[in-house]
Every structure is written in structure tokens, then in C-alpha cells.
Ligand binder design. Structure first.
Ligand code: NDP
Length: 348
């Protein structure tokens, strides 16, 4: 049984974001109607135009929610929807204060849940985009994390270094607190509500950007910018960098997990890590060198140091996502090819 089948109406918050626009696209392609929130009317224009060209003009509605930290911010946006995909949250490493991350992350998350309780009686599923940043902080030795893990060490960085802590620690704390707040809210209310919570935890998300990009590569979203800098731009290609590892997932697989989360009965009440695998940066260079023809003739791929090995330090057990969602994850070769093709289309 599909819990929220098309042509249901789905609210997507932060619809103009890198991940969210793919969520909107997959929803529309599967026959859903979408209401997308953005922070200003201008940010909605690109979405209207982009999806209008794809033939979905009458299936997409854009609403402005200027400040997601305000009480009742989503009260109108949730009305009449059958499911909610809450993605809006700052992933901007130039923010300085912890509160710049935490307030929108936590208040936005709790706010959308509160609004759903008050004003969206038809809602059956609410999906929150959390992060593997709520699962782990980079460990000193190779570790395989799972849904039972929670990031506790980023808070230690804040406690020790205050405003000078690593911006990624501030971001990870915001995601941890927001996710915990969502689960707490759900546990408190689940006996009296008609919807189930699903939380999706992706690691670094790479893959083709279809969102509005107002400038050059420097204006890419936070996870894709280093991907461009290292693989195409002047970023470092030292042995240290090439042997640095993390885990990743394609943006389209991330978006698909959000759609499956409103469809699959068994996803109800689950925290789910969606991860395409671990990587060394060298492996992205290896993958780039297999693409024929190479999409960026002016930036032929560096070779790096083929054959270099290093342990994968951050890995995830994806058994739960495999069982509940069953995604066939994109390979590095697919992801890098499709991403570089978008860079090429922009003339970068
Ligand atoms: P983007 O920066 O592309 O999108 C973020 C979205 O959130 C935008 O719509 C943005 O609006 C909105 N937003 C940011 N700050 C605020 C704020 N203070 N108040 C209201 N809205 C805000 O990032 P991603 O698409 O990468 O991230 C989307 C979600 O996925 C986030 O929750 C992020 O934590 C999570 N995530 C991302 C990963 C990644 O590697 N990309 C990995 C794991 C999780 P505006 O454009 O107006 O700023």
C-alpha cells in the first residue's frame, strides 16, 4: 500500500534548494502536486519558470514564508496538503553565530510540525531532512555509523571554542538539535495525530545542480562547491587531500528517498541513513578519467595519484535504507558525469 499516492498534494519547504528542487521534480514527475515554500517571491520565479518549461506549470504552487523561525510561520502553507517534506535549514558555512544555524533549524522543524497539527488534518507523512551530521562527527579512527548513533562531539567543539568553533560543528549541532526536537515532538504527540514522521539522514550530497545559480561556481551550494573546486577548479590535489575520505550520496537518490518516505508503509517512524557509499577524493578523479567524451574540454581531469589507498574513515551501515526504501544508488561515474555536464552547460 502506498501511504501518500499521487496525485496528492505535497508541501516542500525551501523548495529552491539544491536537494529540494530535485524533491519537487521527482514529485511532479510521479504525478503529485507540489506547494513549495521560498523565502522571497524572487526565489520562486526560477522554480515557476523551470517547472513551467517541463510542463508542470499547473501542478506547482509557490508560497512565500519569509521567516521560518516565527511562530505559526507555516500555518497557511500546510493547509490542504497530504504530506510534508521539510528541507529548509541553513547549510551555509559563512554564518558565524551558533544561533544563526540553530534557530532556523530547530524552530523551523518544530514550527512545521506544530502547524501540521493545527492546520493540516489530511497529512499522513512528514519527512524531515536531517543529516549524517546529526549521526557523527569525523572520528579519529575508521568507523561505521548507523541510525543508532548520535553526534555528541560537535557540541564539544562549540563548548571549547565558542564562536570560533568550526562552522561545520555549528551546522552539525543545528541538525542534531533539530532532529532531536522532531523526535521529541513526535513521541509526545504520536498518540493523537494522523501522521507519521520519517527522518532522512544523508551524508555529503553530490550530483547535478538544477537549482538557480546566480553567479559562477563560487555560488554553488555548500556540498557541491568543494566538489567543483577540487575536481574542476584550482583546489588542492595533494596526497593528503586525495587520500581524504568521507561518504556521499547522489542528490537524485537523496530526493528519491524523500518520495519513498511518503510512500512506503514500513518507513513510518524511522530514522534512515541514505548513503551511496564511501569515497576517497582520488576515486572521483579515477571516475572522472573514465568519462568519454569528457564534458569539460577546457578543464581535462587531473590524474591525481592513481592507486593511492587509505582507509575509509567515515562509513555508514545502509541496511535499513536498503530494506525499507530499496534504492539502487548511483555510482560515482554516473554522478560525476551528470554533474560535469551541468557545469559544462554553464560554460564553466
Ligand atoms: P541549500 O543551501 O541548497 O538549500 C537550503 C534551503 O534552506 C534553501 O531553500 C534555503 O533558502 C533554506 N534556508 C537556509 N537558511 C534558511 C533560514 N535561515 N531560514 C529559512 N530557510 C533557510 O542546501 P541543501 O539543499 O544542500 O540542503 C537542504 C537540506 O538538506 C538542509 O536541511 C541540509 O541540512 C540537508 N542536508 C544537506 C546535505 C548536503 O550535502 N547538501 C547533506 C545532509 C543534509 P534560501 O535559498 O532562501 O537561503
Amino acid at each position: 500500500m502506498t501511504i501518500v499516492p499521487p496525485p496528492a498534494k505535497v508541501l516542500v519547504t525551501g523548495a529552491n534548494g539544491y536537494i529540494a528542487i530535485w524533491v519537487v521534480r521527482l514529485l511532479l514527475e510521479q504525478g503529485y502536486s507540489v506547494r513549495g515554500t521560498v523565502r522571497s517571491a524572487g526565489k520562486g520565479e526560477y522554480l515557476t519558470e523551470y517547472f513551467g518549461k517541463l510542463g508542470f506549470g499547473d501542478k506547482l504552487e509557490i508560497v512565500v514564508v519569509e521567516d521560518i523561525t516565527k511562530e505559526g510561520a507555516f500555518d497557511q502553507a500546510v493547509q490542504g496538503v497530504d504530506a510534508i517534506e521539510h528541507t529548509a535549514s541553513p547549510f551555509i558555512t559563512s554564518l558565524v553565530n551558533l544561533s544563526d544555524f540553530v534557530d532556523p533549524a530547530v524552530r523551523g522543524t518544530v514550527g512545521v510540525l506544530q502547524s501540521a497539527i493545527k492546520h493540516a488534518p489530511n497529512v499522513k507523512r512528514i519527512v524531515i531532512t536531517s543529516s549524517c551530521g546529526a549521526v557523527m562527527a569525523p572520528p579519529p579512527q575508521p568507523t561505521i555509523f548507523s541510525e543508532t548513533d548520535w553526534n555528541t562531539s560537535s557540541q564539544m567543539d562549540i563548548d571549547k571554542n565558542g564562536v570560533n568553533a568550526d562552522p561545520l560543528s555549528k551546522y552539525r549541532v543545528s541538525k542534531t538539535l533539530a532532529e532531536k526536537a522532531a523526535w521529541e515532538f513526535y513521541e509526545k504527540h504520536k498518540g493523537s495525530i494522523g501522521w507519521e514522521l520519517v527522518v532522512i539522514n544523508p551524508p555529503f550530497v553530490f550530483g547535478p545542480p538544477i537549482q538557480e545559480i546566480t553567479g559562477g561556481p563560487e555560488s554553488l551550494n555548500t556540498s557541491l562547491k568543494p566538489f567543483y573546486d577540487i575536481l574542476v577548479g584550482d583546489g588542492p590535489k595533494t596526497e593528503k587531500l586525495l587520500s581524504t575520505s568521507n561518504s556521499w550520496v547522489d542528490v537524485r537518490d537523496t530526493a528519491l528517498s524523500h518520495i519513498l518516505a511518503i510512500q512506503k508503509e514500513a518507513a513510518a517512524g524511522e530514522r534512515i541513513i541514505v548513503c551511496g557509499g564511501a569515497y576517497l577524493w582520488q576515486e572521483w578523479f579515477d571516475a572522472a578519467n573514465t568519462i568519454q567524451p569528457y564534458p569539460l574540454p577546457n578543464h581535462p581531469p587531473a590524474k591525481g595519484m592513481p592507486g593511492i589507498t587509505a582507509p575509509y574513515v567515515i562509513q555508514y551501515n545502509t541496511a535499513k535504507a536498503d530494506k525499507l526504501l530499496g534504492i539502487r544508488y548511483k555510482t560515482k561515474a554516473e554522478t560525476i558525469r551528470d554533474t560535469l555536464e551541468i557545469f559544462a552547460a554553464k560554460g564553466w
